[in-house]
Ligand binder design. Structure first.
Ligand code: FE
Length: 213
């Protein structure tokens, strides 16, 4: 395993690229913790160097996509990640493995990851969209894009097209479907638990909205 010093340098470089609250650097840190936890609970050989580097770097280009500067944050993220990893002296033979994880992590493309590290990264990234943290992030993003909390007159769309008209619709269009897209068993258990918390939150939210609670 690589020294902690190299991961500190990756953090230092990565941090410069993360911006908006819903995808700030704390998201990358949480994904990294979840990824390591999933890897431990899996009891299969996982390259933790590749996994941790990929987790810390996976959304380096996210803010650029949100600001309309690049089209695909996964591809651009992989490019920036390669540069950072070379700069900090990450082992050359592992750089492409990290870049691959980042290239396929994206939700919208429906890309199917083939390596175990890429599957774990995608799972960890999706888990951070669920539960209490997931709820907080939805509203942070809604605030950022000036999207309403809820509007009973706008029903959720049957298929997610990358943008929800209200924060509450985002749960129905995207987040409540995530638990069925998880690859690994340990992540599935966490996803089920976080999913049921979100369902409770929504039930309560809709009752409070009507003044029933
Ligand atoms: Fe992410």
């Amino acid at each position: 395993m690589l020294s902690e010093e190299i991961f500190e340098r990756i953090r230092e470089e990565a941090r410069k690229h993360y911006k908006h609250q819903h995808h700030d650097f704390s998201h990358a840190e949480r994904v990294c913790k979840l990824a390591v936890r999933i890897a431990r609970e899996l009891h299969e050989p996982v390259d933790l160097d590749v996994l941790r580097a990929a987790a810390l770097l996976h959304d380096v280009a996210r803010a650029y996509e949100d600001e309309g500067l690049v089209e695909d944050h996964a591809r651009e993220g992989a490019r920036i990640a390669r540069e950072i990893l070379r700069k900090v002296g990450f082992p050359e033979e592992k750089i492409e493995k990290v870049a691959y994880c980042i290239e396929v992590h994206r939700f919208r493309e429906g890309a199917v990851p083939e390596t175990l590290e890429a599957k774990i990264l995608q799972d960890a990234d999706r888990l951070d969209m669920l539960g209490a943290v997931g709820i907080a992030r939805v509203f942070a993003r809604a605030g950022w894009s000036n999207t309403p909390l809820y509007d009973p007159g706008i029903p959720p769309k049957p298929h997610y097209d990358g943008k929800s008209a209200t924060a509450i619709n985002h749960f129905y269009e995207k987040l409540l479907r995530i638990k069925d897209t998880i690859h690994t068993e340990p992540a599935r258990r966490i996803a089920e638990e976080r999913h049921s918390f979100m369902v409770q939150f929504l039930e309560r939210f809709l009752k409070e909205w009507e003044g029933e609670l």
